[in-house]
Design a protein around this ligand. Structure first.
Ligand code: PLP
Length: 325
């Protein structure tokens, strides 16, 4: 069966590299584990994160949070629909617009998402007064606020606004608020002056900017069957590969249903070429090995598809077995 290995030593190394940028203050570190921990396995990665001492994570919504709700004290829900939200002592609802307050209830823990220019989610500066008023009226537990940068190029511009938002909020609220803005690339650009951070990709060994990190995931497939084909015979759907010589080929148990992107003539690790079209549950290579490594560095693999490591990771079917090494 195809499987994924998770390198624990590299994982802890990457977490330490992230923490260095916030004075090793683990309580100010929000670890992003959305989308099945970027395909690495929410349960497996949660357990490693707990062992490391993480207590604050962020997930997409309560469907994801349900799976780990008793493990972490703080779970920020980034993309939860307000109308479906069911409060939980460990959950913090990310408020993506003022409309969310139509559904919040007394004692709910919340953090305000601040729109500083990405224009994806969050409140505008002229909405903060209203937000604070409602927070007090509804007796919500207001814990902090955060923004998100659209790219490394836009950080300076957004940061200026972000600071204005933060000052306004803290000046108008009695309790100490927790502010965070930097994702992985902002942290490793040394553009973070929060003493808090919100890292996703970096924990898995990659970053859009220079960072000395180590890949955590390797993906393997196992041989289903082998055969020798003759010159001019074809392989796979739509006859997209035709042999120019006699060759020994094998079929491996990973396909686009497992998350490989549907593309022809891509190369896996060691420059081994996938022959013809990838099938739903398998692909074919000129090889007789019982097992093939698809990638141990997702960045190289992503280049084959002209995409990012984010996409390579999150497409991986969550049922692929995970082995911690
Ligand atoms: C996904 C996400 C992050 C993590 O970004 P990385 O680039 O993976 O570090 C941080 N904040 C928000 C709001 C996100 O949606």
């Amino acid at each position: 069966m195809a499987y994924i290995t998770i390198n624990k030593e590299n994982y802890f190394y990457n977490l330490n590299e992230c923490l260095k940028h916030i004075n090793n203050n683990i309580d100010n570190f929000v670890l992003i584990l959305k989308d099945n921990a970027y395909g690495h396995g929410l349960l497996q990665i949660s357990n490693l994160a707990l062992e490391f001492g993480i207590n604050f994570i962020a997930l997409k919504n309560q469907n994801e949070a349900e799976k780990v709700k008793n493990k972490f004290k703080n779970i920020l829900l980034l993309s939860q629909l307000a109308q479906d939200y069911e409060s939980n002592e460990n959950y913090i609802l990310g408020i993506n617009s003022l409309d969310y307050f139509n559904y919040t209830k007394k004692n709910d823990k919340i953090m305000l998402k601040l729109n500083t220019g990405m224009n994806r989610n969050g409140l505008q500066i002229n909405e903060l007064k209203q937000a604070i008023k409602i927070i007090k009226e509804q007796k919500l537990r207001f814990l902090g606020a955060y923004t998100h940068f659209s790219s490394p190029n836009n950080i300076d511009k957004q940061k200026k606004l972000y600071k204005e938002y933060c000052t306004y909020l803290q000046d108008n609220y009695d309790e100490k608020l927790f502010f965070h803005s930097s994702n992985s690339s902002a942290v490793f650009l040394n553009k973070n002056d929060d003493l808090a951070a919100r890292c996703g990709l970096a924990q898995f060994g990659f970053c859009d900017v220079e960072a000395n990190l180590k890949p955590v995931m390797s993906l393997y497939a196992q041989k289903l069957s082998s055969r020798t084909i003759q010159k001019d015979e074809i392989i796979g759907y739509d006859e997209r590969f035709k042999a120019t010589k006699s060759m020994l080929v094998s079929t491996y148990d990973l396909g686009y249903a497992d998350g490989l992107i549907y593309k022809e003539n891509i190369k896996i690790k060691n420059n081994i070429k996938i022959l013809g079209k990838i099938s739903m549950d398998s692909f074919v290579c000129e090889s007789n090995q019982n097992e093939l490594c698809i990638f141990d560095n997702a960045y190289e693999f992503a280049k084959e598809f002209n995409t990012t490591v984010y996409e390579i990771f999150v497409r991986l079917n969550q049922n692929i077995k995970k082995i911690i090494i």
